[in-house]
Design a protein around this ligand. Structure first.
Ligand code: PBG
Length: 340
């Protein structure tokens, strides 16, 4: 009965919009769907940990692991076979220090992994590297600290420049600065150009909010911010939307090739505003907490995992994201394949 239109209702006697006509069959719904997501537009975040011999499950991110270098390459090959467009690598070093030295050493875990990934799947996927120091510093901040324990913006830029060059040299197609330092994109662009990496792209985490949704990620990369610290001094205040456009414009002026909004679902307004304001590709990061909430509710039988995951990813695309970073990458590509 639900598929039938009333034939003699008053409204049937004059022209009237009847959107339900186009919802009558699967084929019609597919024909008129405004938003489609493809695995090529998805970026899989992957973790690689120094000094482990078997992959290490991340309890708060069910289904995600800290990889060994060899399991990382195996996973990347499978993602490439599934048609996933890109991956972004995060490293977990076995030793940390005050400036995050291991983030730019040629033998640092991410540099070694990038070289192997470039070799294995570099023709089929875009290889991205998250560019930050929080996984590499003993205090867990995204920058270098001054004598008073605050993040020293300009001292941090020098370290970011070294990391960018090390990642590009190791094989990254794209570097993605996530530390929210002022001037980071310009400093990185200058360093890359000076070292002969003019064709390495920058995906700027431009509008990155100081969100409570990064909790599971901090377990994934074994980061605890010292002295109960937080990142509100550099990441954006989530009460502010217009400020995101200031950040985005600053990053574009400094040479960003693509810009990102992060997290995604609580920031669909920001994604839409950024999409309307710029002509470069816009990425959105569906972050760890967003993933874990789906997994936890589904594990309790409270929501249907596949339905909610698809609805959420599609909403991010509908809001205006061209590219989505998500821990659901593999699941999505498998769904896409089985729907063919
Ligand atoms: C910083 C970085 C973070 C994430 C990506 N890059 C953590 C932070 O800012 O504290 C979070 C990603 C996620 O939650 O999935 N290197």
């Amino acid at each position: 009965m639900t598929g039938h239109l009333p034939s003699s209702s008053p409204s049937a006697t004059f022209p009237v919009q009847r959107p339900r006509r186009l919802r009558a069959t699967d084929a019609l719904r597919e024909l008129v769907a405004e938003t489609r997501l493809h695995p090529r537009q998805i970026v899989a975040p992957l973790f690689v940990r120094e000094g482990i011999s078997v992959p290490n499950p991340i309890v708060s991110l069910p289904g995600v692991v800290q990889h060994t270098r060899s399991s990382l390459v195996a996973e990347a090959r499978q993602l490439a076979d599934l048609g996933v467009g890109a991956l972004i690598v995060f490293g977990i070093p076995s030793t940390k220090d005050s400036i995050g030295t291991n983030a730019f050493q040629p033998e640092g875990i991410v540099q070694l992994a990038l070289g192997e990934l470039r070799q294995a799947v570099g023709e089929r996927m875009v290889i991205m590297a998250d560019l930050c120091v929080d996984e590499y510093t003993d205090h867990g901040h995204c920058g270098i600290l001054d004598g008073h324990g605050s993040v020293d913006n300009d001292a941090t830029l020098e370290v970011y420049a070294k990391i960018a060059v090390a990642q590009a040299r190791a094989g990254a197609h794209v570097v993605a600065p996530s530390g929210m330092m002022d001037g980071q994109v310009g400093a990185i662009r200058a360093a890359l150009d000076a070292e002969g990496f003019a064709s390495t792209s920058i995906l700027a985490y431009s509008a990155k909010y100081a969100s409570g949704l990064y909790g599971p990620f901090r377990e994934a990369v074994s980061v605890e911010i010292a002295d109960g610290g937080h990142r509100q001094g550099y990441q954006q205040d989530w009460r502010n939307a217009r400020e995101a456009l200031v950040e985005v414009q600053a990053d574009l002026a400094q040479g960003a090739d693509m810009v990102m909004v992060k997290p995604a679902l609580a920031y669909l307004d920001v994604i839409a505003a950024v999409r309307a304001a710029v002509d470069v590709p816009v990425a959105a990061y569906h972050v760890s907490g967003e993933y874990s909430m789906i997994k936890a509710a589904a594990a309790n039988g409270w929501i249907d995992h596949d339905a909610v995951a698809m609805e959420h990813l599609t909403a991010i695309k509908r809001a205006g994201a061209d590219i989505i970073l998500t821990y659901l990458a593999r699941w999505f590509a498998e769904q896409h394949r089985s729907a063919q």
